[in-house]
Design a protein. Structure first.
Length: 127
């Protein structure tokens, strides 16, 4: 379905992601807004991994509305507010994404709209 691009002329990815993903002509794209680690009951766990779990669950719900799932991810942009949150986020990401993995970028940012948020994830999916 997708062509995962990891040219031999580049250094291999640092983690579980592809350098690029080609989406064939005629496929639908779904762009998902950034999802924060807040549950439907407005609960926000303290733990960065638990926030990442909620982010991916929220993304999965958005994708399901379009008849897609996490296996349809072609791009992930993730943001954490501290270097210490990178590993917990990546552990969750590596468990939930398909193999071969989508293209991905992880950035450390100074904060989100509320200080209790530690992780935000936005994606592009195709089906």
């Amino acid at each position: 379905m997708f062509k995962f691009l990891t040219p031999k002329s580049l250094r291999p990815p640092f983690a579980k992601y592809s350098h690029g993903v080609e989406v064939p002509a005629g496929r639908r794209l779904v762009v998902c807004s950034g999802q924060l680690g807040v549950g439907p009951d407005d609960s926000i766990p303290e733990d960065a991994a638990a926030q990442a779990e909620i982010c991916f669950a929220n993304i999965e719900a958005v994708l399901a509305e379009a008849g897609l799932g996490l296996k349809n991810l072609v791009r992930i942009n993730a943001f954490v507010t501290d270097r210490a949150y990178m590993k917990p986020y990546m552990t969750v990401r590596d468990r939930v994404v398909a193999d071969p993995p989508p293209a991905s970028t992880l950035m450390i940012v100074s904060g989100f709209t509320r200080p209790e948020f530690k992780v935000e994830i936005e994606v592009i999916a195709a089906g």
